[in-house]
Design a binder for this molecule. Structure first.
Ligand SMILES: [Zn+2]
Length: 132
């Protein structure tokens, strides 16, 4: 049974592994580009403000990449653990349509929308508790 679950997500595993590789190579490409840019102007002090602006952009981009890479690696781990494709919040299966669009999705569409809209999670649970 375990192997059938694994093969079910084999396609996603491949997509995720490819994505992780892409992010990693784009990160090192950015780093290489930055090093090259520095070597072109080793002692240009007049360019300092420009440099720090570029560094800021570089760091900002890298932060997004690192975040994405973590989510991708997290999803790969969930496949290994057989916990892939289940919403973190409501524990309902995440639709194949959503996984096709965002293979590293942690939440189903409705939970993701709630999180994105800034509604505090847990409120609904508290209300349900009160109803009982
Ligand atoms: Zn959910």
């Amino acid at each position: 049974m375990g192997s059938s679950v694994k093969s079910k997500y084999e396609t996603y595993r491949k997509i995720l592994e490819k994505k992780a590789e892409e992010v990693q190579s784009s990160m090192s490409a950015q780093k290489a580009a930055q090093v090259l840019a520095r070597e072109e102007h080793p002692h240009d002090e007049g360019d300092l403000s420009q440099q720090s602006h570029e560094e800021w952009i570089f760091l900002n981009r890298n932060t997004l990449d690192i975040k994405l890479l973590r989510e991708v690696q997290d999803a790969l781990r969930r496949i290994e653990q057989g916990a892939y494709g289940v919403c973190y919040e409501c524990e309902e299966p995440i639709s194949a349509k959503r996984l096709d669009a965002v293979p590293w999705a942690k939440f189903c569409v409705s939970c993701q929308e709630r999180i994105a809209s800034g509604v505090e999670l847990g409120n609904e649970e508290a209300l349900q508790e009160a109803d009982r």
